[in-house]
Design a binder for this molecule. Structure first.
Ligand SMILES: [Zn+2]
Ligand SMILES: [Zn+2]
Ligand SMILES: [Zn+2]
Ligand SMILES: [Zn+2]
Ligand SMILES: [Zn+2]
Ligand SMILES: [Zn+2]
Ligand SMILES: [Zn+2]
Ligand SMILES: [Zn+2]
Length: 536
């Protein structure tokens, strides 16, 4: 009575207590089922694990001397030594897995531990060897994928039992996930493209968390690997070109994020203004609209429509309007974002911060993103309620995703001069350790904004405000109001919020419809979901 798949669903094999598959036998009257492989188990075996005596197949309840767990079902018993081995736990003496290794692996039982040539971690007693390649591995490491792809690197990686030739110079190699040394004598995954020096530990490739973070998947055939086409940005017309040094740049463009007017190129720094894409001060060449308060960094205007980021999941699409909460830095933002098909959305500041780079604080730190990190941030001293931070490869400097993108310069009405982000307060005078805006204490260990001319020192939060990345004038569709609203911050007159009836002093929304006086705090009208509002 085999192959009645629909009836076999949710039933277990009596022999090994695992799910039944196509090849099985059973009796529906007695409600007892077996895998084909379990029915065909030999009655008597000699197994290298217990050489002294023959083992006899029995069916009952046993305490398995291999995995130290009780099972019911089929097991092999040595009645002389009073030892039981669950049939599934006895390692097969030969494993042939052509898909993952050319040669068969043979079981080697030794009472001592070994270092696995595939994953460079310790194993005990049970190992498998390939005598052709002279390697010794864990049972599970036999079936490691030969090729993988991950979001962190644009090329497929191949598994090597020894680091391949082009990594064999006198340098040492760090794993590009955990930034710890790679042991040259053992296995790793590395990129085989010439001059591409990308290598990761096998243990980092197979760790469950990393699989999620870097979307690590087996690749059947590396020749079929296609790189995402990132050509195409949102500049849909170049109206005029100009020469800057030796380069020709587009001097006037139509950008689809602001298609009602053309945008003009400029390369004077203007940190009074903020980019409508990334919300950061204009600190490099940019495009601007001569009719509206609209600015775009040249780099932000040229961002690809679709891209791969190093985050979980691969393809991100560029969106140019909407109010959202960034998945990585947790800030409420207006401006451009990258979004996946599943709705994961990140701001441009986070999207353009690489997985690893040198951050210039007081000293340079080589940072990389550690998805498991829970340390306190060196900039603000806080610990976020979720894992993941940028950490320095060489010291205990840590930056959370909110602080890693803090603007290096900022402006505030309190001080007429540009303010500089400062990483350490060397001024011992205790009165200096106060914030000149809120007049509360400042911890001298943490970062602050400083004006050299006035010697004003201020908390980053006091300078930037609660919502530094929402541009005033941005539009928002609030479900509880029929008209479009726009972000405002009233200076001298504070109307009452429709929700809480308190004056609207901080970031608020105001109705654009003539004659409708609807107004409310952003914190009161803000809808609590990951993505608040998209206009398309
Ligand atoms: Zn067992
Ligand atoms: Zn291993
Ligand atoms: Zn690693
Ligand atoms: Zn920008
Ligand atoms: Zn962000
Ligand atoms: Zn911080
Ligand atoms: Zn303050
Ligand atoms: Zn309110």
């Amino acid at each position: 009575m085999d192959n009645q798949n629909f009836l076999l669903k949710y039933r277990e094999c009596f022999g090994c207590s695992t799910e039944l598959v196509n090849d099985s036998y059973g009796c529906f009257d007695c409600n007892i089922f077996f895998h084909k492989k379990c029915v065909e188990l030999p009655i008597k075996i000699s197994h290298p694990y217990h050489r002294k005596h023959q083992l006899i197949l029995e069916s009952d309840f046993c305490f398995c001397n291999l995995c130290q767990v009780s099972h019911s079902g089929l097991f092999y018993r040595c009645s002389i030594c009073n030892l039981d081995f669950h049939s599934e736990c006895l390692p097969p003496s030969v494993i042939k897995d052509k898909k993952h290794h050319e040669h068969p692996f043979t079981l080697l039982l030794r009472p001592n531990s070994f270092t696995c040539d595939a994953c460079d971690t310790q194993g005990d007693n049970v190992s498998y060897i390939c005598s052709t390649c002279n390697i010794q591995v864990h049972k599970d490491c036999i079936s490691l994928p030969r090729f993988i792809r991950l979001t962190l690197h644009r090329h497929p990686l191949s598994r090597n039992f020894f680091l391949s030739i082009h990594f064999h110079d006198s340098r040492t190699w760090d794993c590009r996930i955990c930034y710890k040394k790679i042991n040259m004598e053992h296995g790793s995954y590395c990129c085989s493209r010439p001059n591409c020096e990308f290598v990761i530990h096998v243990k980092c490739a197979i760790s469950w968390e990393n699989k999620f973070w870097y979307d690590i998947t087996e690749l059947e055939n590396p020749d079929e690997f296609k790189e995402l086409d990132e050509s195409g940005n949102l500049i849909f017309r170049v109206l005029r070109e100009t020469k800057v040094g030796d380069n020709v740049v587009a001097a006037e463009i139509i950008h689809s994020s602001h298609d009602q007017h053309s945008l003009t190129f400029n390369d004077e720094i203007n940190d009074n203004k903020h980019c409508n894409g990334c919300m950061m001060p204009i600190s490099s060449s940019f495009y601007y609209c001569s009719c509206c308060d609209f600015f775009l960094h040249k780099a932000c205007a040229e961002l690809p429509r679709r891209t791969l980021l190093w985050f979980p999941q691969s393809s991100f699409r560029l969106l140019t309007d909407g109010i959202f909460k960034c998945w990585l830095c947790d800030y409420d933002c207006s401006g451009f974002s990258y979004k996946t098909a599943n709705g994961l959305v990140v701001c441009l500041r986070c999207a353009t911060t690489p997985h690893n780079f040198t951050y210039q604080a007081k000293e340079p730190h080589y940072l990389f993103y550690d998805a498991e990190n829970v340390s306190n941030c060196s900039a603000c001293g806080r610990r976020r309620d979720r894992k993941g931070s940028y950490i320095c490869k060489d010291c205990n400097f840590v930056l959370n995703s909110g602080c890693v993108t803090l603007p290096k310069t900022a402006r505030h009405n309190f001080d007429e001069h540009p303010l500089k982000l400062v990483y350490e307060d060397n001024n011992d005078y205790p009165l200096h350790h106060w914030c000149d805006i809120c007049e509360k204490k400042r911890d001298s260990k943490f970062w602050f904004y400083h004006c050299k001319v006035c010697d004003n020192a201020m908390h980053p939060k006091c300078v930037l405000g609660e919502y530094p990345f929402i541009k005033l004038g941005s539009k928002y569709k609030y479900k509880g109001h029929p008209h479009p609203l726009s972000f405002i911050q009233k200076i001298d007159y504070h109307p009452l919020c429709e929700k809480c009836r308190e004056p609207c002093q901080d970031l608020s929304l105001e109705c654009e419809e003539h004659g409708c006086n609807f107004v409310g705090h952003w914190k009161c009208l803000r809808v609590f979901s990951e993505v608040y509002s998209y206009h398309h």
